[in-house]
Ligand binder design. Structure first.
Ligand SMILES: *Cc1c(COP(=O)(O)O)cnc(C)c1O
Length: 340
């Protein structure tokens, strides 16, 4: 990298960095951590990940703080979640210690790609695990490859923290009622591409999925969790088909800290008429406020942000969480791992 990257204008895309780290599970144990400067892998053509979708991943971020320190947000939570995903589709769980060591290592090795404090950009960390044993019969692999790669990403809100419109389309489900929705598996994303592209073509930022069994309750919001503020309470759907977002979990804690009641429960579509604020929450944006929700099946329109501005509670939660990630606010819950 001869010139500095234009940090504030980076997209959420892939930019090559210097290194990635890898580890192989073979003969019943994890091997040595390998540092690689190659952007490719050599994979058996019959690998279980290629044929039967044995692939899971994570997404977390490293930030350069106000004090110059590097912070990774909720590393242990992400380690625990990828272990859950692994158990969900019969892959080998990555021990927390190995996960943590590899994240530390890859962040440190690519330190020059961590955007400066104040740019709004961050270093996105993408751990992924794939089955690498050749499998033609449908059976879990016995060998796995775990990779942690990183790439710098720009600020999510380039034009400011502005609400967008989302839609309900009953013709699509992201996952099955007792399926893989609660795990971070690549296949869930493949299954959501058609609905997502359709929504984007119609000018919406995401699909607000309904529960796939009864189509009565709110479920996932695109690749993010849905939250709403109603009568001063923080409400979020409880469902077996939702991926438990670590951002959502963190915002719930911050809401409790602010004296706001939190309810994880079924939320009906009709309840949208009575909510005061809404947002899609996840690592990429923290919170992406919702302006309007259009039910494309019956023409109902729920106007959430009446003046086109994000609501006060979502805004306060967003700034609080960002402040903790940047080291501007006290990390009272011990969510940050400092990389030295
Ligand atoms: C990753 C993901 C989220 C957000 O989770 P965070 O831990 O907050 O980043 C939400 N929904 C889906 C489907 C996801 O894959």
């Amino acid at each position: 990298m001869k010139e500095e990257l234009d940090w504030a204008n980076l997209a959420f895309g892939y930019i090559p960095t210097d290194y990635n780290v890898r580890c192989v599970y073979k003969d019943g144990r994890w091997g040595e951590i390998e540092v690689s400067s190659s952007e490719t892998i050599n994979l058996h053509i019959a690998a279980s990940s290629l044929h039967y979708g044995q692939e899971i991943f994570e997404g977390l971020k490293a930030f350069r703080g106000a004090d110059g320190k590097i912070r990774v947000f909720r590393l242990e939570e992400n380690a625990a979640r990828i272990q859950e995903s692994a158990r969900g589709i019969l892959m080998e769980p990555i021990p927390t210690g190995l996960f943590a060591e590899m994240v530390r290592k890859v962040v440190k090795l690519n330190e020059r790609f961590i955007p400066p404090y104040g740019s709004g950009a961050s270093l996105y960390i993408r751990p992924l695990e794939i089955g690498i044993s050749p499998r033609i019969g449908v059976k879990p692999a016995s060998e796995y490859l775990f990779i942690v790669m990183v790439t710098p990403v720009g600020p999510y809100f380039k034009e400011g923290f502005k609400p967008t419109n989302i839609c309900i389309m009953r013709e699509y489900d992201r996952v099955a009622p007792r399926g893989t929705g609660r795990w971070k598996v690549g296949g869930n994303y493949a299954a959501s591409l058609t609905a997502g592209e359709h929504a984007h073509e119609l000018g919406y930022s995401a699909v607000l999925y309904l529960d796939p069994k009864e189509k009565k309750y709110l479920d996932e919001c695109g690749p993010a969790n849905f939250i709403a503020i109603k009568d001063g309470k923080y409400i979020t759907p409880a469902s077996d088909s939702i991926l438990p977002s670590i951002t959502n979990k963190s915002l719930q804690q911050l809401a409790l800290d602010m004296g706001i009641e939190v309810e994880a429960r079924h939320i009906t579509v009709e309840e949208l008429a009575d909510i005061d604020e809404a947002a899609a929450v996840g690592t990429a944006a923290v919170a992406s406020p919702v302006a309007e929700i259009h039910d494309l099946d019956n023409g109902n329109r729920y106007i959430i942000a009446k003046d086109g501005q994000p609501g006060p509670v979502v805004t306060a939660l967003y700034h609080k969480l960002r402040g903790i990630q940047m080291g501007e606010e006290a990390d009272v819950h011990g969510w940050n791992t400092i990389i030295e």
